[in-house]
Write a protein that binds this ligand. Structure first.
Ligand SMILES: Nc1ncnc2c1ncn2[C@@H]1O[C@H](COP(=O)(O)OP(=O)(O)OP(=O)(O)O)[C@@H](O)[C@H]1O
Length: 290
């Protein structure tokens, strides 16, 4: 099996010769995210195995992989929340802890990772995005409040701003966390399955916001199982199974033979493929893994 041009998208010329309108090229800046041979183990579990990945400013990258393929671990590595066993993580040219301290990165977690009973309102969730910019001993400034109001309006939650977060629908909850990232003005947005349990309208709202954020230069890494809409907004996609199997344009990454590698099944045909065994060696001789 052979595939054309396996260089990551940022190393290739744009297909039509032009970037998305207004999107910065970003080639003169350090990469927004640069993972080099990143390996993460939880005891005897190998969650990430020599993952190398570079994302430049203004990109929207879909992160695709089966349950347990290491997507959340990859997000947590970028946030500096798990310690690499080996390899390195560079965020905007610095460490993850520096990026977090400077409010450069915002994380929309999976719903299961949030305590929805916590007594905090939608507005307060969005305001947590401003904490990095606030002196610990002063109250939120007028600028902080304006940024939060603007973010809530953009995600369509102004009317529900004072509601406790647990009393929102699934889509509204996701939008509350997206509002936090927007209020923060984060340069890097990480979204762990933001479309799970979300209706098409909320999904559209979130996608439109992500595209707008990327146009102002934000870099977006988004894990999703909704493969059908990804090509409409992502500039690239990564198929992950402990290792990066494919990093390419969404259209190329989502080719059936690539999905068969990542999921071990013929996703489109529904049957199991020859190479289906989930325990298959992702570093095998497919010629796809970089
Ligand atoms: N804290 C932990 N301790 C031990 N093993 C862990 C821990 N967190 C994750 N793992 C294991 O690491 C592997 C990768 O998990 P991870 O949550 O990163 O995958 P994922 O792709 O995000 O999965 P899902 O799609 O189900 O959310 C899995 O085998 C998982 O069981």
């Amino acid at each position: 099996m052979s595939f054309p041009d396996h260089r990551p998208p940022q190393d290739r010329p744009p297909r039509d010769g032009t970037p998305r309108d207004g999107a910065p090229q970003g080639d003169s800046e350090p990469p927004a995210i640069e993972l080099t041979d990143l390996t993460v183990r939880y005891g005897s579990v190998l969650a990430l195995d020599k993952v190398s990945l570079t994302l430049r400013p203004g990109r929207i990258c879909g992160l695709i992989g089966m349950n347990g393929s290491g997507k959340s671990t990859l997000f947590k590595s970028i946030m500096g929340l798990v310690r690499p066993s080996s390899g390195s993580v560079s965020i905007a040219g610095g460490t993850p802890n520096r990026a977090r301290a400077r409010g450069l990165v915002s994380y929309v977690p999976q719903s299961e990772d949030v305590d929805w009973d916590f007594p905090i309102s939608v507005r307060e969730v969005a305001m947590t995005g401003r904490y990095g910019r606030q002196n610990l001993f002063r109250r939120a400034s007028a600028r902080d409040r304006a940024a939060v109001d603007d973010a809530l309006e953009r995600v369509g939650l102004t009317e529900l701003a004072d509601r406790q977060i647990g009393k929102l629908s699934g889509g509204q909850r996701k939008r509350a966390f997206v509002a936090r990232g927007i209020a923060q003005g984060a340069d890097i947005l990480l979204l762990d399955e933001p479309f799970a349990g979300v209706d098409k309208r909320s999904e559209r709202t979130i996608v439109d916001l992500l595209v707008a954020e990327s146009t102002r230069g934000a870099t977006i890494l988004i894990s999703t199982h909704d493969l059908s809409t990804l090509p409409s907004f992502a500039t690239e996609a990564v198929l992950l199974m402990q290792r990066v199997l494919v990093h390419d344009t969404p259209e190329e990454a989502l080719r059936p033979e690539h999905l068969a590698l990542a999921f071990g099944v013929d996703v489109l045909g529904g049957g199991r493929s020859e190479s289906s065994a989930p325990q298959r060696d992702p570093s095998g001789s497919s010629g796809v893994a970089r």
